[in-house]
Design a protein around this ligand. Structure first.
Ligand SMILES: [Zn+2]
Length: 429
């Protein structure tokens, strides 16, 4: 986190506001504007944490604030400490401590050892715009709080951001969920990560998720989640990109004055549409998009100069080949539709799965519009593997969907994901 002070604005301020809100020192908006309320919040936070209350968030204040983004702290055990007492002291639950410290016997805690203390709130915020910076804290926090979640990198974006991959579950059936192929559909990152955390919490509490036993799903399915295929584009749309990245995108956007900037941006940082990047009738996609005028880097709809030219698409392509999934779901917004086919290819079982997903979400199973039926991730997956692959156009409204629509997204899509996992698990069993 960078040093921010009165008058600063941007994603650094927003992350600070989120941290202070969770900690309790700040009660204002998460708007990225460092005004009087944020100033007072920083002073309150500094006083509460033994720091000089100068209202400037520099290295020490940021270091004290970061646990409120990653959702955990490390604590050295003192004589007399128990999980019960620590839970009371840090406002968390005993079970969360047991989950986060699987190597320790709660009845015999070694004095002097450092343990992970999860803080009493979910790591994934559903009230803040998503960014690659936030994803870094989420990845660190979920790994610490739920050591059974695997975190790795499938590759790097144009601007060097990790394409983060989460894995959970030890079943034979592999379900790969990819979100935010398109920058201004970033709310799908929030959605899929919130699902991951909810599922992990249910599993560790031996509870259910959407009415199904989390342990049963965990035993049958390996869930592979790529929450942000286009981290740079997401950063651009949410004012979290570097100055250089912004300037480059702006110069591309200036050639397309009819597309709102940056809110209409779907592409990666080089102006390639990642969901027109896969080797599935890519030449025909190119011909069609060129005819529409997308003949050079653009905020959307430019296919690139060759399939998989964009490092983000290549990373997901290679991950998919390695993981060999039984099913994929590509999350987009919006429209409340599920696309189960590629051209006339409908893999075995996919009609039934799509119908079940539609039933629990209230979405419609739809024919893919001809203009978007080539060179997409689902197209390529179905063509290559002949296994069920779905695009879900989640939510209704106008992209980017606002966070005020999040409750509805969650309500409709958590059961959809669980249904997909259950179907994949049953098929494999
Ligand atoms: Zn999309």
């Amino acid at each position: 986190m960078d040093t921010v002070r009165y008058g600063s604005r941007g994603n650094g301020v927003l992350l600070l506001q989120l941290a202070l809100k969770r900690e309790g020192s700040y009660r204002g908006e998460l708007d990225g504007l460092f005004g009087t309320r944020t100033l007072n919040g920083v002073r309150r936070f500094q006083s509460a944490h033994g720091l000089t209350p100068d209202g400037v968030a520099g290295a020490k204040t940021n270091a004290a604030a970061e646990p409120y983004l990653s959702g955990y702290i490390r604590v050295k055990l003192r004589p007399g400490d128990s999980f019960y007492r620590l839970a009371k002291r840090f406002g968390t639950r005993t079970e969360a401590l047991v989950t986060a410290n699987p190597g320790l016997d709660p009845a015999d805690l070694p004095v002097g050892a450092e343990i992970t203390v999860p803080l009493g709130f979910p790591v994934v915020p559903t009230d803040a715009p998503f960014s690659s910076g936030l994803l870094g804290f989420i990845a660190e926090g979920l790994r610490a709080r739920y050591p059974f979640i695997g975190v790795s990198e499938a590759g790097r974006s144009v601007l060097g951001k990790p394409i983060t991959v989460f894995t959970v579950g030890r079943g034979d059936a592999r379900v790969l969920v990819a979100a935010a192929h398109h920058a201004n559909e970033w709310i799908t990152s929030t959605l899929t990560l919130d699902f991951l955390e909810t599922y992990a919490a249910a599993y560790s509490a031996k509870a259910s998720v959407e009415g199904r036993s989390a342990a049963a799903l965990f035993g049958r399915v390996k869930l592979i989640l790529v929450p942000a295929v286009d981290p740079d584009g997401v950063d651009l749309v949410n004012s979290a990109i570097s100055k250089k990245g912004f300037a480059r995108a702006l110069s591309i956007a200036e050639g397309y004055p009819d597309i709102p900037f940056p809110q209409g941006w779907k592409a990666n940082a080089e102006g390639i549409d990642l969901n027109l990047s896969y080797p599935a009738d890519w030449e025909e996609a190119r011909r069609m998009k060129f005819a529409e005028g997308y003949t050079r880097p653009a905020p959307r709809d430019y296919v690139g100069s060759a399939p998989l030219e964009a490092p983000e698409a290549r990373a997901l392509y290679e991950l998919t080949l390695r993981e060999d999934p039984d099913m994929v779901i590509a999350y987009h917004t919006q429209g409340g539709e599920i696309y189960p086919r590629y051209k006339d290819i409908e893999p075995e079982g996919s009609a039934e799965i799509a119908k079940a997903m539609a039933e629990v979400s209230g979405y419609e199973v739809a024919e893919v519009p001809d203009a978007s039926s080539r060179a997409g991730y689902r197209d390529w997956f179905i063509d290559r593997f002949r296994r069920p692959g779905f695009t879900v156009e989640a939510g209704r409204g106008r992209n980017p969907l606002p966070l005020s629509s999040y409750g509805e997204l969650r309500r409709d899509n958590f059961p959809l994901i669980v249904t997909a996992m259950e179907k994949a698990g049953r098929k494999k069993a």
